[in-house]
Design a protein around this ligand. Structure first.
Ligand code: FE
Length: 283
């Protein structure tokens, strides 16, 4: 029985960093300590109620070869791209952007003070889809189902399935699961996962014990647990509540050539991306 229960392979603590025009954030994946978790290339958490930490935002910048997933807990961001797409991301909303062959866009806070809190995850694309046409899935909060997963456990289902509900994000090649889970104190979650999909838990509030009862690892907010293989995951809370992201997807097993906002398979493809961007023939 316990052979198929996932254990924690590694625990990493987020690293404070600065991105865009000077937005302060905490990087969980995409650091010297944890370069990537196939197919996840980056996970940032931004959380501040000080305008100085975020007002500079993310002015125009390119992406090619992967997907960016922005999930907002509090505050609002405006998104605009080079072909005129525009949208506002408010609390509880998600944007799953398949950059494909190229997007040049800006992501700017729509506030100068007050809490701005959310996450950006980068999901790799396989070689055959890296140059696909760009695609947006802008999902307002009311389209994200919230389900009960046992006593004291609730989850917003952004992608994949949980508690009999299916998340609104569709047609993603790596078949992701993206859950935002809330657990009351002294509650317990068991959730099934495809055995060979890579998965992580990022605790962003409170604390929880992740993994089998006899060998679980205690995580606090700001820590990420990289999970081993297995068919299901157990998470338990003690005296404090917990909120965390549970994310899983099919690994690609392809070479990763990465240069800033370009993620391809080879150095030659990276050089081409840089050239296309500089020549304005992007996307
Ligand atoms: Fe971006």
């Amino acid at each position: 029985m316990t052979a198929s229960e996932r254990r924690v392979a590694r625990v990493v603590t987020g690293q404070p960093t600065s991105e865009g025009a000077g937005v302060r954030l905490t990087r969980m994946i995409g650091t010297p300590e944890l370069d990537h978790v196939d197919p996840f290339l980056l996970l940032d958490e931004f959380k501040s109620d000080r305008g100085d930490d975020y007002v500079a935002g993310f002015p125009d910048h390119p992406h090619r070869g992967f997907e960016t997933v922005t999930y907002m807990l509090a505050g609002s961001m405006r998104h605009e791209d080079h072909v005129g797409n525009q949208g506002d991301l408010g609390p509880g909303s998600v944007q799953w952007m398949t950059a494909g062959r190229g997007i040049v866009h800006s992501e700017m806070p729509r506030q100068t003070d007050g809490l701005l809190w959310g996450f950006q995850l980068w999901v790799n694309l396989p070689a055959r889809d890296k140059m696909t046409a760009p695609r947006y899935q802008d999902i307002p909060p009311e389209r994200i189902p919230e389900v009960t997963l046992g006593g004291g456990v609730r989850a917003r289902v952004i992608a994949g399935e949980a508690g009999g509900a299916r998340g609104p994000v569709e047609g993603i090649v790596t078949r992701p699961l993206y859950l935002d889970v809330s657990m009351t104190p002294r509650s317990h979650l068991v959730h099934g996962l495809p055995a060979r999909h890579n998965a992580f838990v990022h605790v962003y509030e409170g604390g929880a014990t992740v993994g089998p009862a006899e060998s679980g690892r205690a995580l606090r907010a700001g820590q990420l647990a990289l999970l081993g293989e297995g068919e299901r995951l157990g998470v338990a809370t003690g005296g404090v509540a917990a909120r965390f992201l549970l994310v899983a997807a099919r690994p690609l097993g392809e070479p990763v050539a990465r240069y800033g906002p370009f993620v391809m398979n080879t150095r030659e493809e990276i050089a081409q991306a840089v050239q296309d961007y500089q020549q304005g023939t992007f996307g």
